[in-house]
Design a protein around this ligand. Structure first.
Ligand code: UDP
Length: 439
């Protein structure tokens, strides 16, 4: 009967592997520790959704997934910001989302509706059926503080945030330089800015806010947030929720784990820019030469170069038929075969970071990567690309002091000699030692 059926939570993730991975881990906790059932209703951004579907393929049977039909973006220009696409994936799916939710709300004991950082436009659907709406923040408390400050900052300043003469002081957080303010907020005339601002204004109407961070990591930011006395919803730091690795993923990464087994303890620099990060041809070349110059061992997960954007792989595109790795400098693979392993596209990152041979992580600072690195005590070289990654990098370097941070030349490229120096310093140098101890 209805009374005996498990309590049910509905989760709506907006596009992005970095949103989906922690939400799935969260769902597993609800199922394993609290006997809930969970249904994911997934807006479809029109990409093949290969990886999302794979992530759902090996879950407990009380986690259901319902993929909505793809929305159309034919009216959008090529250069719209990813945040615009993320937001529109949801808003253009709202009617279908409502239909699916209605069926669930009328047939299951649905007690909570959870959306992520860009999902507040779906709150009204939950409210219509008398269900409490919650937010799940797949980034940190600092990011949440910024969200709550944003309406005020928007009133206080009229210039672009990167032109502010002084850093922004978020309560309990390291000073945030204007140029490190997240991407979608850097162009105040853009649709993505105005939409994000509107979305942020709805945060206080959540029944509660779940954050993938933890007190030991962000105690001051958390306490300051709770102190402010603005009548904010309760905030629950439930982290670190990090990705658990499926057996098929380990199988797919067998060669790279075997290679790691053969390397000395703490000697390998792992290089990866997350699920969506891409580099230009020139920057890939510079990174390859820099790694070679450093003389350090490395495991590099590399995606095809893209010259126009740093997040070109965000919406999972079909693999191009190009010869893999042909873009690397001539002879690079041969010259580095004794110290380096290059893996195209994807590695089982959690396995790599938990391996004893891994001594450092050159990372784009996506929050999941940051947590995975911290959980395994691996110090970082922070090389942020987009979204809120620059803010995370500032927190890692200036606040937690567990990372070096790359500098770009005037032409916007991180130079080969600098890369070599960072790699050497992190793996062999005194500063690397210090960072490792703090981690
Ligand atoms: N990931 C992985 N292998 C890869 C790239 C990414 O397993 O080659 C996983 C990584 O462990 C993390 C997630 O994908 O859990 C990426 O999330 P993150 O927040 O770091 O970055 P995003 O992809 O959202 O930019």
């Amino acid at each position: 009967t209805m009374q005996e059926a498990p309590l049910h939570v509905v989760i709506v993730p907006t596009p992005g592997i970095g949103h989906l991975i922690p939400l799935i881990e969260f769902a597993k906790r609800l199922v394993y520790h609290h006997s809930f059932a969970v249904t994911f209703i997934i807006p479809n951004d029109g990409s093949p959704m290969k990886l999302p579907k794979q992530l759902f393929s090996s879950l407990p049977e009380t986690i259901y997934s319902l993929f909505l039909p793809p929305v159309s973006f034919v009216d959008l220009s090529e250069d719209v910001k990813i945040e615009t696409r993320i937001i529109l994936s949801l808003t253009r799916s709202l009617h279908l989302l409502r239909d699916s939710f209605k069926v669930l709300a009328q047939s299951k004991r649905v007690v909570a509706f959870v959306v992520d950082i860009f999902g507040t436009d779906a709150f009204d659907i939950a409210k219509e059926f008398g269900v409490q709406p919650y937010l799940f923040i797949a980034t940190n408390v600092m990011g949440l503080s910024l969200i709550f400050e944003l309406p005020k900052l928007d009133q206080m300043f009229s210039c672009e945030y990167r032109d502010l003469p002084e850093p922004i002081k978020l309560p309990g957080c390291v000073p945030l330089s204007g140029s490190d303010v997240p991407d979608p907020l850097q162009h105040r005339q853009d649709f993505a800015y105005r939409q994000t601002l509107e979305i942020c204004k709805k945060y206080p109407s959540a029944a509660g806010i779940i954050v993938n961070s933890f007190m030991e990591l962000e105690n001051d930011a958390f306490e300051a947030l709770m102190e402010v006395g603005r009548g904010l919803p309760a905030v629950y730091p439930v982290g670190p929720l990090t990705k658990s690795v499926s057996s098929s993923e380990i199988e797919g990464c067998k060669d790279c784990l075997r290679w790691l087994d053969e390397q000395p303890s703490g000697s390998v620099l792992y290089v990866c820019f997350g699920s969506g990060g891409t580099l230009s041809h020139e920057q890939i070349n510079e990174l390859a030469v820099g790694l070679e110059l450093s003389g350090q061992r490395f495991l590099w997960v590399v995606k095809n170069p893209v010259d126009k954007a740093a997040n070109a792989a965000y919406f999972d595109s079909e693999e191009t038929g190009k010869e893999p790795l042909a873009f690397l400098p001539d002879g690079f693979l041969e010259r580095t075969k004794d110290i380096g392993l290059v893996v195209p596209n994807w590695a089982s990152q959690v396995q790599v970071l938990s391996h004893g041979s891994t001594g450092g992580f050159l990372s784009h600072c996506g929050w999941n990567s940051v947590l995975e690195s911290i959980v395994h005590g691996v110090p970082l070289i922070a090389w942020p690309l987009y979204a809120e990654q620059k803010m995370n990098a500032a927190m890692l370097k200036d606040g937690l002091k567990v990372a070096l941070r790359v500098q770009h030349n005037e032409d916007g490229v991180v130079g080969r000699q600098d890369i070599a120096n960072y790699a050497k310093e992190l793996i062999e140098g005194d500063e690397g030692q210090l960072l490792r101890k703090r981690n």
